[in-house]
Structures are given as C-alpha cells and as structure tokens.
Ligand binder design. Structure first.
Ligand code: NDP
Length: 281
C-alpha cells in the first residue's frame, strides 16, 4: 500500500499555524482583510467562494464579499478593483474565475495591484516567481510544494514531470519545482510518447484535466504521484486525473481526490493573505 498524502490533515495544520500568525498581527493592531469578488451565480463558483469565506472566518481574516450581477460590465468590475486597490484597509483582492464571457479575464487579473494579488495570477507575480524574487505564488502549485515538504518528500535532484502547462497550475508548478532544485520536464497535449516521459518521473504532478487518464502504465514503480484534477463521476462521486486504485498499486505515495491537493489551495490562499501584510509593509 502506498503512503497516502493527507491534504486535509496538512491543510488543517497550516491553518492552525496561520490562525496564530493572524492573532499575532491582531495583537499589533493589524486586521487582515480579503476582498472576494464574484460575478454572476455559477453554482461551482459560489461553493468555492463560500469555502474561502469560511476559511477566512476560521483563521480570523476579515472577508468582504462583492456579489455582482452577471450583467456587470468589464468597466464596472475594473472600477471596483481600482477602488479596492486604493483602500488601505484591504490587503488582498480575489476575483473568482471563470468570469462571464463578455469580460476579459486577463485584463481583470492585470488590474489587481500586484501587492494585493493573493491568487498569484498577475503577470508581475508570475515574473517574480520566474526570477526568484518575493511575490505571490499561485495557490494550487504552492500547496503542492507544501504537501511534498510536509510529507518528508525530498525534491532536490529528483526527476519531476508535470503534465499540463496552464498558467495557474502547470507553469508555476514547474517553476516551483525548479526553485526546489528538481530536474523538471513539462508535458502537454503535443508531447510525443507521454508514457515514456512520465515513466522517468520520481515525482509526477498530474494537471491534465481528464478524469482517471493516468493509469499505472504511466508511472514508474516507487514514484510519488500528485493528482491535481477534480471531476464529478456518475453517481456524483469525485475523482481526479489519476486512476487512483490502479496507480496506488505501483507508486510510493499518492494524493487522494478528494482530500489531497484541493484543501491545500485554500490553505495557501490564506497563507498569501497573511503574507500580503509583509509585502505591503
Ligand atoms: P487546463 O485545461 O487549463 O490545462 C490542461 C493541460 O493539460 C494543458 O496544458 C493541456 O495541454 C494538457 N493536456 C490535455 N490533454 C492532454 C493529453 N492527452 N496529454 C498530455 N497533456 C494534455 O487545466 P488546469 O491546469 O486549469 O487544471 C487541470 C486540472 O486540475 C483540472 O482537472 C482542474 O479542474 C484541476 N484543478 C484543481 C484545482 C484544485 O484546487 N484541486 C485548482 C485548479 C485546477 P495543451 O496546453 O497542449 O492544451
């Protein structure tokens, strides 16, 4: 049986540490505030936003909710972000994605002040990550680094393969593994002979967005497998991009879905909110 990397337990541990940091800040008279903007009423987005608000409440961060109508114009949204950028009592700004089709997401992300970009999606945040300067890091890949470190898995010198090259998961994941001195390969839909590439991995990060695509044929015996995917199967059960039962028979360690990467994303958002105070100082 492989080691099951328990994202729920690790995220709880992180949230307890953050709770203490928030309390310390409060004792210095500093209240940390996150502004959360949702446009429209997409049910999945509402669940994510609700979970973020709950996490804020739990660790003692004040959250301000801006629930805007689906018909909100791009200009109205940009103007709200402009006001929040100016507000000294707002430390972090989060715009829940996806946005309705009539709003340009890239423009919206770029409008958030980099010192308040707690999602780590702003081009400046991506740039600082790339050149190793302080800045916010996208929450899901940052959470994966914490999962590995807190499970005692060494990254330095390891063959790391990331499947997926999205701006929010694959690319920042590759940069973070490189920062931790892994030897990194990024695979994508145009990669030739994917199995040959993934079988080199000591650490395989799967962010391909295809339910249960990765079976044991893609995995080296004894590898560590991190499953970023999240999908709803028939019967409403959740599953990942990895065929868990199949891969568990060959790997050394694996993240489950649910209870692996998912809970870490919110914990890292909370971490970024706490760090925002330092960046703004
Ligand atoms: P995207 O759809 O943006 O990216 C998927 C990537 O996989 C692309 O780079 C694509 O390549 C590559 N890909 C697609 N098909 C193949 C294939 N057959 N072989 C090799 N590569 C392939 O997804 P995201 O990065 O946004 O998310 C990935 C998964 O993670 C999704 O299931 C998403 O729901 C989940 N997710 C979970 C989070 C969490 O908190 N747990 C947070 C964010 C995402 P190409 O670039 O060539 O098209």
């Amino acid at each position: 049986m492989p080691m099951v990397i328990d994202g729920k337990a690790i995220s709880t541990q992180m949230k307890e540490e953050l709770k203490q940091k928030v309390a310390d800040r409060k004792a210095q008279g500093i209240e940390i505030t996150l502004a959360v903007i949702q446009v429209g009423k997409d049910p999945a987005s509402s669940v994510y936003v609700g979970n973020k608000k709950k996490a804020c409440e739990y660790i003692g961060i004040r959250s301000l909710a801006f629930e805007l109508e689906e018909e909100t114009t791009e200009q109205e949204l940009l103007s709200l972000i402009g006001q929040l950028n100016e507000r000294a009592d707002v430390n972090g700004i989060l715009v829940q994605l996806p946005l309705p089709a009539h709003i340009d997401e890239d423009k919206v992300i770029a409008a958030i002040h980099p010192a308040k970009d707690v999602d780590g999606f702003h081009p400046q945040s991506v740039g600082t990550l790339c050149i190793g300067q302080p800045g916010f890091v996208s929450c899901t890949p940052a959470g994966i680094i914490q999962l590995l470190k807190r499970s005692g898995i060494e990254i330095a010198g390891k063959e790391c393969v990331v499947i997926g090259r999205s701006n929010i998961v694959g690319k920042p994941m590759a940069l973070l593994l490189l920062r931790e001195n892994g030897t990194v390969t990024v695979a994508h839909s145009r990669t030739r002979d994917l199995k040959e590439v993934t079988k080199r991995a000591d650490i395989l990060i799967v962010a391909v967005g295809k339910p249960k695509m990765i079976t044991k044929e893609y995995v080296k015996q004894g590898a560590v497998v991190i499953d970023v995917g999240i999908h709803r199967e028939e019967g409403n059960r959740l599953c990942g991009d990895v065929d868990y039962e199949d891969v568990a028979s060959v790997c050394h360690a694996i993240t489950p879905v649910p209870g692996g990467v998912g809970p870490m994303t919110i914990a890292m958002l909370m971490h970024n909110c706490v760090e925002s105070v330092k960046l703004q100082e």
